[in-house]
Write a protein that binds this ligand. Structure first.
Ligand SMILES: NC(=O)c1ccc[n+]([C@@H]2O[C@H](COP(=O)([O-])OP(=O)(O)OC[C@H]3O[C@@H](n4cnc5c(N)ncnc54)[C@H](OP(=O)(O)O)[C@@H]3O)[C@@H](O)[C@H]2O)c1
Length: 344
C-alpha cells in the first residue's frame, strides 16, 4: 500500500509496567499514514476514552483478553469522524464509535465500527453514560444486583463513570444509596448533584465506622469496583441474601503480589456461606452484548429527562493521555475520563 503525506501521532506501549505504570511505559510515535485501499475509511479521533481495564492490557498475565504488544498502539475506544472514505457505506463527516486506540488517525476496514448520529450534540457521551461504562452500571446493578425498593445499596468509586450511574439507577429503583468515594469534594458531588442518600470518604481514618453508621440496616447490594480496604469495611455489614456484582478491583490493578496477611479468604467464604450471598463477576460486552439496545433506549430516556446526570473529566491533547491514565489508577480523575484528541 502506498503512503499518504499525512502524519499520524500515536502512543504505543513502550514497556510492561512493574506495579504502578510510569510515563516511561509509554512512547510517542509519529509515522505516515498509508493510502486508503478499497473498503477502508480514514478516521480522525475526536475523543479517546481512558478506562481502568487498560492497565490489564499492559500486562501479559492471563486475562479475559489479549495484551497489547510492546511497541503496539495502546488500545482504547474512540469517537471519530470519517475524514475520507473508500467504503460505499461511509462518507466524509460520518461519526462513528471505534476501537482504534491512542492515536490521532486510524485506517479502518469498518468491521468493528458503530455508526453514531452525525448531528449528536455531545458525541463524547457514547464513551460514557450512553456507552460502555453506563452499560456496565445498568447490567451489573439490574441483572446481578437485583435491587428492590427499600434495599440499601452501597456503590464503590461512586463519583466515577460506572459508579455514578449505578447509584442513580438504584435511586430510580427506590433504594437507599450510599456511595464510597475518595475525598470530601467527590463525596459532596455524589450527594448534592447525583442525589445519593450519603457518601463516605474512604480516605478518612474512621471510614469503616462511618460506613457502618450510614448502613444501619446492613447492606443488601454492594456494587464492587475497588476491593481492598473498601471491601474489608463492607464485608461485615452484608445482609443475608445480599448480592455483589463484581465489576472491578481497581485498588489491586497495580499489585505485583498478593496483599500481606493475615489471609482473610476463610472469612470471605464463611460470610458468603452463612449469609447465602451471591457474588458474581461479569465482563460487560462478553456477557451482555445482546442487551445493548435495551440499555441504550432506557438510558437515553433517563438522560434526556435529567433523571441520570453525568460528569466528564476531559484532558486536552493525546500527549497528555499517559499522565491522565496513571492518575485514573490513583483517583485523580473526577468523572468519566476522556482525552480530546482533535477538535470537531
Ligand atoms: N466488568 C466490566 O465489564 C467493567 C467495565 C467497565 C469498568 N469496570 C470496572 O469498574 C470500575 C470503575 O471504572 P470506571 O471506568 O467507572 O472508573 P472511574 O470510577 O471513573 O475511575 C476510577 C476510580 O477508582 C477509584 N480508585 C482508584 N484507586 C482506588 C483505590 N486504591 N481505592 C479505592 N478507590 C480507588 C478512584 O475514585 P476515588 O477517588 O473515589 O477513590 C478513581 O477515580 C473499575 O474497577 C473498572 O475496572 C468493569
Amino acid at each position: 500500500m502506498a503512503e499518504n503525506t499525512l502524519m499520524n501521532h500515536q502512543i504505543v506501549l513502550n514497556s510492561r509496567p512493574n506495579g504502578t505504570p510510569t510515563l516511561n511505559d509509554f512512547r510517542e510515535k509519529t509515522s505516515p499514514l498509508p493510502m486508503l485501499a478499497s473498503g477502508q475509511v480514514l478516521l480522525r479521533t475526536l475523543y479517546l476514552s481512558l478506562d481502568p481495564y487498560m492497565r490489564g492490557r499492559m500486562s501479559d498475565s492471563a486475562s479475559y483478553a489479549a495484551p497489547v504488544g510492546v511497541g503496539e498502539v495502546m488500545i482504547g475506544a474512540v469517537v471519530a469522524r470519517v475524514e475520507a472514505s473508500q467504503h460505499p457505506g461511509y462518507k466524509t463527516g460520518d461519526l462513528v464509535l471505534g476501537n482504534t486506540g491512542w492515536q490521532q488517525y486510524a485506517v479502518s476496514d469498518t468491521s468493528d465500527l458503530i455508526r453514531l448520529d452525525a448531528a449528536l450534540a455531545r458525541p463524547s457521551l457514547a464513551l460514557g453514560v450512553l456507552g460502555m461504562p453506563g452499560f456496565t452500571a445498568y447490567m451489573g446493578l439490574l441483572d446481578i444486583g437485583q435491587p428492590k425498593a427499600g434495599d440499601t445499596v452501597v456503590v464503590a468509586a461512586a463519583s466515577g463513570a460506572v459508579g455514578s450511574v449505578v447509584g442513580q439507577i438504584a435511586r430510580i429503583k427506590g433504594c437507599r444509596v450510599v456511595g464510597v468515594a475518595g475525598g470530601a469534594e467527590k463525596c459532596r458531588y455524589v450527594v448534592n448533584e447525583l442525589g445519593f442518600d450519603a457518601c463516605i470518604d474512604h480516605l478518612s481514618a474512621d471510614f469503616a465506622q462511618q460506613l457502618a453508621a450510614a448502613c444501619s440496616k446492613g447492606i443488601d447490594v454492594y456494587f464492587e469496583s475497588v476491593g481492598g480496604a473498601v471491601f474489608d469495611a463492607v464485608l461485615p455489614l452484608l445482609n443475608t441474601g445480599a448480592r455483589i456484582p463484581l465489576c472491578g478491583l481497581i485498588s489491586h490493578y497495580n499489585d505485583t503480589a498478593l496483599p500481606a496477611g493475615p489471609d482473610r479468604l476463610s472469612l470471605l467464604t464463611r460470610t458468603l456461606l452463612i449469609k447465602r450471598i451471591k457474588m458474581q463477576g461479569f465482563i460487560i460486552f462478553d456477557d451482555y452484548g445482546h442487551r445493548y439496545d435495551e440499555f441504550f433506549n432506557q438510558m437515553s430516556e433517563w438522560v434526556a429527562k435529567g433523571r441520570i446526570k453525568f460528569k466528564e473529566d476531559i484532558v486536552e491533547g493525546l500527549q497528555n493521555a499517559p499522565q491522565a491514565f496513571i492518575g485514573l489508577l490513583e483517583g485523580k480523575n473526577f468523572g468519566k475520563l476522556l482525552v480530546r484528541v482533535t477538535k470537531d
